[in-house]
Design a protein around this ligand. Structure first.
Ligand code: HEC
Length: 224
């Protein structure tokens, strides 16, 4: 045999060994893989088990205190004292969405989605659920029924809920809660027979900047 023929036979032998060993009889096993990383990366599949953690779950919670991008924290706790403190804050905090026509419109859209079934289109407490008798005790937003509510208290109640009204913090992003608060105050003005436009422009008091951070300090002192 000349050299070329020998090389040819040898390479055929190597090739058939490769083909032979890479196939497995068991169809559920991959057989010998020459570059397994190409097929099976080190990442974990969603909800697969993992030996890296004691509870063997690969789905991990974010580190405590993690704040999603675009969110603002609201540290005021869900206590009666903290709620009463919000009634003393008459102004929007500087961190709230600015008062504008477009924010008010967005507030209306969100109010219609999340609040209208209980509070009614006019905010008079006559939503579908009240009228059908499935729900009771929804107050009208007018000043006679709720004399003390403020932008802060509305934000607080949307965030934490009150009585049978549930918390909406998980469904409604922080700035959207301020937009809804603006819209609630516009409905209140209409119910009171005032000009709703005043609510949008804001009076001197509501342009005073106060920080949510200050409020949370006050509230935590009160609850200490
Ligand atoms: C399931 C019905 C329901 C839904 C939905 C609901 N509320 Fe209420 N809401 C109530 C009830 C009932 C009360 C009275 C709670 C109490 O004082 O015990 C209330 C009270 C309030 C108050 C007055 C709180 C106070 O300081 O006394 C405001 C403001 C308010 N809701 C705003 C909203 C807004 C804004 C939404 C939508 C994001 C909303 N609510 C969604 C039932 C609801």
């Amino acid at each position: 045999m000349n050299r070329t023929l020998k090389l040819f036979v040898a390479s055929i032998a190597v090739f058939s060994m490769v083909i032979g060993t890479s196939c497995s009889r068991d169809k559920s096993k991959p057989g010998l893989e020459y570059m397994p990383d190409m097929y099976r990366g080190p990442q974990l599949n969603t909800y697969s088990a993992s030996g890296l953690f004691k509870d063997s779950s690969s789905a991990r919670l974010p580190e405590e205190g993690t704040v999603p991008r675009g969110y603002t924290t609201y540290n005021v706790p869900n206590t009666t004292d903290a709620y009463l403190a919000t009634l003393e804050k008459k102004a929007y905090p500087s961190t709230a969405a600015e008062m504008s026509e477009s924010n008010l419109l967005e507030g209306e859209r969100l109010y219609t989605r999340f609040c209208v079934n209980c509070h009614g289109v006019k905010g008079d407490g006559n939503g579908n659920l009240m009228e059908s008798g499935k729900f009771a005790g929804v107050p009208s937003y007018d000043s006679q029924r709720l004399p003390d509510i403020t932008p802060m208290s509305i934000f607080h109640v949307i965030t934490h809920g009150k009585g049978v009204m549930g918390a909406h913090a998980a469904q409604i992003e922080t700035q959207d809660r301020w937009r809804i608060a603006q819209y609630v105050l516009a409905l209140r003005a209409e119910l009171d027979g005032d000009d709703a436009a005043d609510v949008v422009v804001g009076d001197d008091e509501s342009s005073m900047a106060e920080d949510v951070a200050d409020d949370s300090e006050d509230a935590s002192e009160e609850n200490a």
